[in-house]
Design a protein around this ligand. Structure first.
Ligand code: NAD
Length: 272
């Protein structure tokens, strides 16, 4: 039997869908014939991606959604249900760090403000849990569905300077396993929960940490990452799509609770 990677006509909801990684995902889903709900705090940017997809003959809607407010997620879910009357896949893509939660030569761990720590922790952890409640409940009605979380290298071994982001992404790995078990045992064995853990991809959140604004050269941190990546380069966003399609398609129907690194070997390398 040839494995089935097809996602045509699947209704796929993507939070943070206007972002660098999830925008790429949305466009690919659109080209593959899925019905794409692009959810983002920034509705105008979500709509722009939806418009790009429909201009190419695909099906998409841009929907305002704050993943930290259950009312906002429920309103977004109503819009998706009015449009397509089902949800097959949820990608929990909204996430990120902020400079105020990052240590540097002037600001130590002791000085990080509680509100910045909480902001990062909530966005990356609670921001996956609440949409999983709302859209998971919709999947429970049909007894089928896939949830895909976006973890990070920080989840396996914390990177320096970003303690809240590291702890939150470690929480996402644990939550991926927890929810996979809960869904399979208590809701339906056909609702699967997995994650991908991207290695290093230059995006809005990390550009300043990896590339010197003035010279355009790699920062010391950027150089360390490349030295610790056996494939010796940053990833391209499109390279996340193989693992993503695998985990949300019937090809992986007996797989739940896993986190697949897409990292050029970073998580396997001890550095020596
Ligand atoms: P990005 O900043 O380009 O996109 C994040 C999107 O989330 C933005 O469009 C933003 O508007 C949206 N967002 C922020 N807060 C929100 C909220 N409360 N509700 C709804 N939407 C909200 O980030 P990205 O680089 O594309 O990252 C996407 C995911 O991948 C994140 O979870 C990130 O932590 C993870 N990740 C990124 C990298 C990387 O190298 N870029 C590596 C590992 C993991």
């Amino acid at each position: 039997m040839i494995p089935d990677f097809c996602i045509k006509d699947k209704v796929i909801v993507v939070t943070g869908g206007a972002g660098a990684i999830c925008g790429t995902m949305c466009r690919t889903f659109g080209e593959a014939g899925a019905k794409v709900a692009v959810l983002d705090l920034r509705q105008d940017f979500a709509q722009k991606i939806a418009d790009e997809i429909t201009a190419k003959g695909g099906q998409a809607i841009g929907v305002a959604c704050n993943v930290l407010e259950k009312d906002s997620i429920e309103t977004a879910a109503e819009i998706v249900m009015q449009q397509w009357d089902r949800v097959d896949v949820l990608i929990n893509g909204a996430g990120g760090n902020k400079p105020q939660a990052t240590t540097n030569s002037q600001v130590s761990f002791f000085d990080l403000p509680a509100d910045a720590i909480q902001w990062v922790f909530n966005l990356n952890c609670l921001g996956a849990m609440l949409p999983s409640q709302v859209f998971g409940k919709i999947m429970a009605k049909t007894g089928e569905g896939c949830i895909l979380n976006i973890s990070s290298m920080n989840a396996f071994r914390p990177l320096t300077r970003i303690p809240a982001y590291s702890a939150a992404k470690a929480g996402i790995n644990n939550f991926t396993q927890w929810l996979a078990v809960d869904m399979a045992k208590n809701v339906s064995p056909k609702i699967r929960v997995n994650a991908i853990a991207p290695g290093f991809f230059i995006g809005n959140q990390n550009r300043d940490l990896l590339i010197d604004k003035e010279t355009g050269e790699l920062t010391e941190r950027g150089k360390s990452i490349i030295n610790l990546t056996p494939m010796n380069r940053f990833g391209e966003f499109e390279e996340l799509m193989g693992a993503t399609l695998f985990l949300i398609s019937p090809a992986s129907e007996f797989i739940t609770g896993v986190v697949i690194p897409v990292d050029g070997g970073f998580s396997s390398f001890s550095g020596v």
